[in-house]
Write a protein that binds this ligand. Structure first.
Ligand code: ADP
Length: 395
C-alpha cells in the first residue's frame, strides 16, 4: 500500500489529505489550526464519516507534523510511517525559478526559503514543514507544487508591468499570478468534459473563493491571469481590493494618518473587497442573504460580478476567442445566482446559462444551453489531488 499526503501549510495552519495511490482515493483528511497560539485545534476525518477532534497547544509546525503522524498511527489510518511514500507540499511563491513542480533536494529547499521575499507569511512556514517531513519521514519523497508555476507560460507582454524595465531585470518585479494548481486542474477536467484535446481549447477559468482569480488558458497554458506580483491584484475578493490606482495609497495614508505603507497594504488585503464595500461580511452567502434589503450588500455583489465580467471580456480579447468559461472554488462551485449574474451580463459573447442546469452545487456539469457557442462549465476544484498526482509523476 502506498500513500501520498498533500500538504497545504499556512503561517498558522496545516491542511492535509492522505491519498491511496495510484487509486486516488482520499483515506483521511484534516486540519491543524491556530499553530503557535493557545488552544490549537486538531481535526481528522477518516473511515468515511469518523471524526477526531482535539484542542491542545501546538507551539510550532514541527509539533503539528509530529502530532499528526502519531495520530494517523493511533487511529490505524496507517500501520507504519513507511506507508507514506510521497508528500506533496503546496508552495505559494515559486518566482521565476520554479516553472513546474519539483522534487525536493537541498537546493530546491533553499530556493523556496529565498523566495520568502515574495511570500513572507507562507514560504518560510512551508519550508519548515518540508524540513520536518525530511526528519520524521526520511524515506518519503517530497515534492513541491507551486501556486505560481502554471502561470510561468505567460508571455512577456502579459507578465511585465508598465514600469521601468530595470525593476524587472534587477528585482524580478512582475506578475506571477496564483491559484495555478486549481486553474491547471479545472482546465484538464474541462477538456475531458468537452471531449476535445486541451491543446485545441481556449478557456477562461474563474477561481472564485475567498481569494479569486481569473485565468486565460490557451492550449492548456496560462497566457494571462488576474492576480499580480501578489494575490492582492485582480478582481474584488472577500477582503482584498483587487486592482486599484496606486496613487490612492499616499492619498489615503495622509487622510488616515498612516506612516507605514504596510498598514495601508494590510487594509487592502484584510479590510477591503466584499467586506470593505458592504461593511457586513467577506462571505458571499451573508451578502446574498441580505441583497434585497441592504443596498451596500447589493452594491458589493454588483462590483464583484462586474470586475469578473470585465476580466472575462478582456481575456476573450487576449486569446481572440474562448470556447468555455469555467467556474470553480467556494463561490464558483456553489453560488447559483452569482454564476447567473456573471453570464447574463455577457451573453453578447455567445454564452447562455441554462437555469435548470445551473441549479446545482459543487458538481461537475455543463451549465450553458445546448445552443450556447461559448460553453459554461461548473468544475469543483481539487488542488490536493493535483498535488498527489504530481508526487506520483515525479517520484
Ligand atoms: P478559500 O479561498 O478560503 O479556499 P473557498 O473556495 O472555500 O475559499 O470559498 C469561500 C467563499 O465561498 C465564501 O465567500 C463563501 O461565502 C462562498 N460560498 C460557499 N458556499 C456558498 C454558497 N452556497 N453560496 C454562495 N457562496 C458560497
Amino acid at each position: 500500500m502506498t500513500k501520498t499526503i498533500a500538504i497545504n501549510a499556512g503561517s498558522s495552519s496545516l491542511k492535509w489529505q492522505l491519498f491511496e495511490m495510484p487509486e486516488e482515493e482520499v483515506i483521511a483528511q484534516g486540519i491543524v489550526e491556530r499553530i503557535g497560539l493557545k488552544d490549537s485545534i486538531f481535526t481528522i476525518k477518516y473511515d468515511s464519516g469518523k471524526k477526531y477532534n482535539k484542542v491542545l497547544d501546538i507551539p510550532d509546525h514541527e509539533s503539528a507534523v509530529n502530532d499528526l503522524l502519531e495520530q494517523l498511527l493511533r487511529l490505524n489510518i496507517i500501520a507504519s510511517y513507511d506507508e507514506i511514500t510521497g508528500a506533496g507540499h503546496r508552495i505559494v511563491a515559486g518566482g521565476e525559478y520554479f516553472k513546474e513542480s519539483a522534487l525536493v533536494d537541498e537546493e530546491a529547499l533553499r530556493k523556496v526559503e529565498e523566495l520568502g521575499d515574495f511570500a513572507p507569511l507562507h514560504n518560510p512556514a512551508e519550508a519548515t514543514v518540508i524540513r520536518v517531513f525530511q526528519k520524521v519521514l526520511p524515506k518519503t519523497t517530497n515534492v513541491v507544487v507551486f501556486d505560481t508555476s502554471f502561470h510561468a507560460t505567460m508571455p512577456k507582454k502579459n507578465y511585465l508591468y508598465s514600469i521601468p524595465f530595470e525593476y524587472y531585470e534587477k528585482y524580478r518585479a512582475r506578475k506571477y499570478g496564483a491559484h495555478g494548481t486549481s486553474h491547471r486542474y479545472v482546465s484538464e477536467r474541462a477538456a475531458d468534459m468537452l471531449g476535445k484535446p486541451l491543446a485545441e481549447l481556449k478557456l477562461i477559468t474563474c477561481h472564485l473563493g475567498n481569494g479569486a482569480s481569473i485565468t486565460a488558458v490557451q492550449g492548456g497554458k496560462s497566457v494571462d491571469t488576474s492576480m499580480g506580483f501578489t494575490p492582492l491584484a485582480g478582481v474584488t475578493m472577500g477582503t482584498r481590493s483587487g486592482d486599484i490606482d496606486a496613487s490612492l495609497l499616499p492619498y489615503l495614508m495622509k487622510k488616515l494618518n498612516l506612516t507605514d505603507i504596510k498598514e495601508m497594504v494590510d487594509i487592502l488585503n484584510k479590510k477591503s473587497g466584499l467586506l470593505g464595500i458592504s461593511g457586513i461580511s467577506s462571505d458571499m452567502r451573508d451578502l446574498l442573504d441580505v441583497e434585497s434589503t441592504n443596498e451596500m450588500a447589493a452594491t458589493a455583489i454588483e462590483i464583484f460580478v462586474n470586475r469578473i465580467q470585465k476580466y472575462i471580456a478582456g481575456y476573450v480579447a487576449v486569446m481572440n476567442g474562448c470556447d468555455a468559461i469555467v467556474f470553480t472554488a467556494g463561490i464558483g462551485e456553489n453560488s447559483v445566482p452569482i454564476r447567473e449574474k456573471i453570464i447574463e451580463g455577457i451573453t453578447w459573447f455567445g454564452c447562455k446559462i441554462d437555469s435548470e442546469k445551473n441549479n446545482v452545487h459543487g458538481q461537475e456539469r455543463i451549465i450553458s444551453t445546448d445552443d450556447s457557442t461559448m460553453k459554461v462549465l461548473l468544475i469543483p476544484t481539487n488542488e490536493e489531488l493535483m498535488i498527489a498526482r504530481d508526487v506520483e509523476r515525479l517520484k
